[in-house]
Design a protein around this ligand. Structure first.
Ligand code: ZN
Length: 327
């Protein structure tokens, strides 16, 4: 190989090296530009996804807080003035007259599920119980009765009819005397056991649901309500307040149309409407309102009237401390 050839070959090798170096440089620059863009895009997408998850969690938390709202401002302001257990239940009327519609207190259910309406009758059995049962039967509707202790064969037959016709039998204290049941935890427990056993003897059904006379948000109890709520938990009994009051406890005496409208106009606000009504001898207007209520609700496609069962949303004015500590 001549000197000239050698120089030529060296020149070609150098050019190839320079070209290779240029290629590597260009590829390096391209990677340096594209890689951060790709990484940024991936991180941006992930960030958006996480933000959405945080939004969902925050809205769920907000709903849980609503569930536990206590309607204390609208709570009871009057005490028991020595009423006797009976159809009049006058102390509770005064107490409940201030409560119309309480805040939404239920877990939101799936959008496609029907709204549930629980018609609940306190203070029975009474001279109207048979009529209420007949109306429910004619419309093929099941409801819930929170009963007190009444003796006599007619009343016993009514407790049995409630169970036999598929309604839910709940407890509302045996005596319904505020000054007795709310005097001490022992007194409360004794009254509760008396009613639970009495109802079991008559109907063969062991009731596991309770409504406090005056509601859990009553201010007449001398025992802190949390103690009584814990007691019910120990006894495996669930208590229910209400988020719609038909207003039949008001002393001014509403007519059937007004009572019905108080219910019908508010069911859209809740996925679970717990409706407070009374089954007592002076509540004739409530019985007259019942067909109006049922017909209006049955005309709504997204609403169904159902009795309280074990999986019913807990509509409670006061949530137990155990439940709160779980949050
Ligand atoms: Zn009552």
């Amino acid at each position: 190989m001549s000197e000239q050839d050698r120089i030529q070959t060296d020149g070609q090798k150098r050019r190839k090296r320079v070209q290779l170096f240029k290629k590597v440089l260009i590829i390096g620059i391209i990677i340096a530009i594209i890689l951060p863009i790709v990484l940024c895009t991936i991180l941006f997408i992930r960030m958006n996804r996480l933000e959405r998850q945080i939004d969902v969690l925050l809205s769920q938390k907000a709903e849980e807080v609503t569930v536990n709202e206590v309607a204390s401002k609208e709570a009871l302001t009057t005490g028991n003035s020595g009423e006797t257990a009976g159809d009049d239940a006058s102390a509770e009327e005064m107490a409940e007259s201030n409560i119309l519609t309480l805040s939404q207190g239920e877990n939101l259910t799936e959008d496609d599920e029907k709204k549930k309406v629980y018609l609940t009758f306190d203070d029975g059995p009474s001279t109207h119980t048979a009529d209420i049962l007949d109306i429910c039967k004619s419309y093929n509707v099941r409801v819930t009765f929170f009963v007190v202790g009444k003796t006599g064969s007619e009343n016993e037959a009514l407790y049995r009819r409630i169970v036999e016709e598929g309604h839910t039998l709940g407890m509302h204290s045996y005596s319904h005397k505020y000054n007795e049941i709310y005097e001490s935890k022992d007194a409360f427990g004794t009254d509760l056991a008396k009613l639970q056993e009495y109802l079991y003897d008559i109907t063969g059904t062991w009731s596991r649901i309770y409504r406090f006379p005056g509601g859990s948000s009553n201010t007449v109890s001398t025992v802190p309500m949390q103690e009584l709520i814990s007691y019910l938990e120990e006894m495996d009994i669930t208590y229910y307040d209400w988020n719609i009051s038909c207003g039949d406890a008001a002393s001014k005496g509403l007519d059937a149309r007004q009572i019905a409208d108080n219910v019908i106009e508010h069911v859209a606000e809740h996925n679970s409407s717990m409706v407070l009504l009374h089954d007592a001898k002076d509540k004739t207007a409530t019985v007259e309102a019942l067909p109006l209520i049922i017909e209006a609700l049955q005309a709504m496609d997204d609403v169904e009237i159902v009795p309280i069962t074990a999986d019913t949303d807990k509509i409670q004015h006061i949530t137990s401390q155990n439940e709160m500590s779980k949050e």
